[in-house]
Design a protein around this ligand. Structure first.
Ligand code: PEP
Ligand code: MG
Length: 574
């Protein structure tokens, strides 16, 4: 009965609750009927969705032609065939026309019929084709709802699913879901970042969870170690309670540091900024003595909705962060939509062959000048309420820096002439997360006021390792000699021109890596408030002069093992 499953801890915290298993593409649709006069319209709705999925699949097939593994091609062919299958289509039409079922319910009934036929076959290959039916039906269903079929959660439950989108997480938490377990995913994905921000325990990369957990099973989830215990016994529950007590004790100890300076043993003050996405983050950042907000990811305002936030709404959100920080600087990052931060507003292109290398971040902003201008107006207006900086993501070269700087100047003029009170100077910074920008930093450092290094993406692009792909295991890691050298170079370039430089990727919030970043010359960190006190404790345990003296040894490390050994030799990691 009791068994344990392994995953990767992505957002810490312990949770005890009943499992709710969400199988991929499972359709949970209540029986619904349509009136006789609405039948034709319902059929049109259904066929429009089917046609759209057919086009989507054809495009995908064409795009991937030649680049596909043989079996994947077969899968896609099979999916297209299913969509053209007269039995499927006729069955659906009959269900709507004769049974007067709504399109969703007809889809569900037809799926169940076909699945029963396949499941009844002797050949295991055919039996496994139910997955394909679910895939195709799931796509049509999503298309019927313009892809906004939400995950539903129930208070006290732990959701077990194949994957989770950032936009779904906050909704689940609002519904009272205690934790999320996903079969795929990575601890460095945007969903994981958001889960940490929401303090929602998340375990990713637990492929067996979907097979071995049933609805209603009691689960014990440890978001740090990634362990999932199904039907915990008395000893597990005792351990769980002990862990909760330990957490409380540790929180108490750390709590004492909230008013202490982030100062090294040899007296150097390190600036700890906060990454903040929500009102709670801002409150936490303030209470923990953050230097300010070093990264406010504005795309979260855009992701959970089908219409774009207007200038007023954005202005109020940015202004409230500025007011919440009572005079400490707030760094608003312009929207970084695209790649794994897909939206429903339709801003990000949905059919990009390679979205991580596509129209995301500043590229999308410059391509959608209307949307970008609205955002910049809102940000600049918020600067009238307290110190504010603008940070631009995914910069790859000087042209983009100059384009945004010139837009900012023009919009500031417009706003002033409209009578708005905005700051005289709004510092403007570039995120360094594309290797080209890191290498070409000397070409545009004079054009920016500060630099923030996005190590999440910089690692992904430098190592050609998808940040969301769990199959890559340890390949996606900043502990690579190339990454350390590049970080060192960027920090040195910025410091030699007296430009403030921070790291705002997840690396900055990992207290185990604090000595490494300090050794590389970093004096500004931007991290989630949940990790601020641990990093402060790590900073306070270091002598900066000794660390800097050991930087050459760190930079000589030839592989990950050597870097880890260097870390083990430093006191804070002990
Ligand atoms: C990063 O890439 O390190 C970063 C901070 O930006 P995001 O994680 O939002 O892509
Ligand atoms: Mg990034």
């Amino acid at each position: 009965m009791r068994h344990a499953l392994a995953g990767h801890g992505a957002s810490r915290g312990n949770a005890l609750g009943r499992a709710r298993v969400r199988l991929p593409h499972a359709l949970e649709v209540a029986e619904e009927h349509v009136a006789a006069e609405a039948v034709e319209a319902e059929l049109r709705r259904l066929h429009t969705a089917i046609d759209a999925v057919r086009v989507e699949m054809r495009n995908m097939r064409e795009r991937l032609h030649g680049a596909l593994a043989h079996e994947v091609g077969e899968f896609l062919d099979l999916h297209s065939l299913l969509l053209d299958d007269p039995e499927l289509l006729q069955g659906l039409d009959d269900l709507v026309r004769k049974g007067r079922y709504g399109a969703d319910y007809a889809l569900r009934l037809q799926r169940d019929r076909l699945a029963a036929v396949f499941e009844g076959m002797d050949d295991p290959y055919f039996r496994s084709r139910v997955e394909d039916i679910d895939h195709v039906v799931g796509r049509v269903h999503a298309m019927l709802h313009k892809r906004d079929a939400d995950l539903q959660g129930v208070a006290g439950e732990i959701l077990v699913t194949d994957a989770i989108a950032p936009a779904e997480l906050s909704q689940l938490q609002a519904q009272g879901v205690m934790a999320v377990v996903t079969a795929g995913g990575s601890a460095l994905s945007h969903s994981a970042i958001l889960a940490r921000s929401l303090h929602l325990p998340l375990v990713v990369g637990a492929p067996l969870a979907l097979q071995q957990v049933n609805d209603g099973d009691v689960l014990l989830v440890d978001g740090s170690s990634g362990q999932i215990i199904v039907e915990p016994n008395a000893a597990d529950l005792r351990d769980y309670r002990a862990r909760l007590r330990d957490e409380k004790r540790e929180r108490k100890q750390l709590h004492r540091l909230r008013r202490e300076p982030s100062r090294t043993l040899d007296g150097v003050d390190i600036r700890l900024w906060a990454n903040a996405e929500s009102r709670e983050d801002v409150t936490g950042a303030h209470a923990l003595g953050a230097a300010g907000v070093g990264l406010y990811r504005t795309e979260f305002l855009f992701l959970q909705r089908s219409e774009l936030p207007d200038e007023e709404e954005q202005f109020r959100a940015y202004r409230d962060v500025v007011l919440g920080m009572t005079g400490r600087a707030v760094t608003i990052r312009t929207m970084d939509i695209g790649a794994d931060k897909a939206d429903r507003t339709g801003l990000a292109l949905s059919d990009e062959p390679n979205p991580a290398l596509g129209l995301r971040g500043v590229r999308l902003s410059l391509a959608r000048a209307d949307v970008f201008e609205t955002q910049l107006r809102a940000i600049l207006r918020a600067s009238g309420y307290g110190p504010l900086r603008v940070l631009v993501p995914m910069i790859s070269g000087r042209e983009e820096v100059l384009a945004v700087a010139s837009l900012l100047r023009r919009i500031a003029r417009d706003l002033r002439s409209e009578g708005h009170e905005i700051a005289e100077h709004v510092p403007f910074g570039a995120m360094i997360e594309v290797p080209a920008a890191a290498l070409a930093l000397p070409c545009f450092i004079a054009d920016v006021d500060f630099i923030s290094i996005g190590t999440n993406d910089l690692t992904q692009y430098l190592l050609a390792a998808d940040r969301g792909n769990d199959a890559l295991g340890e390949l996606y890691s900043p502990l690579h000699p190339a990454m350390l050298r590049l970080l060192h170079q960027v920090i040195r370039t910025a410091r030699s021109r007296a430009k403030p430089v921070a790291v705002c990727g997840e690396m900055a919030g990992d207290a185990m890596l604090t000595p490494l970043l300090l050794a590389l010359g970093l004096e500004e960190f931007s991290l989630h408030p949940a990790t601020m006190l641990e990093v402060r404790r790590a900073v306070r345990a270091q002598r900066l002069d000794a660390l800097r003296a050991s930087a050459p040894a760190l930079l000589r490390c030839r592989d990950r093992d050597a870097i880890e050994r260097w870390l083990q030799r430093t006191p804070a990691a002990a």
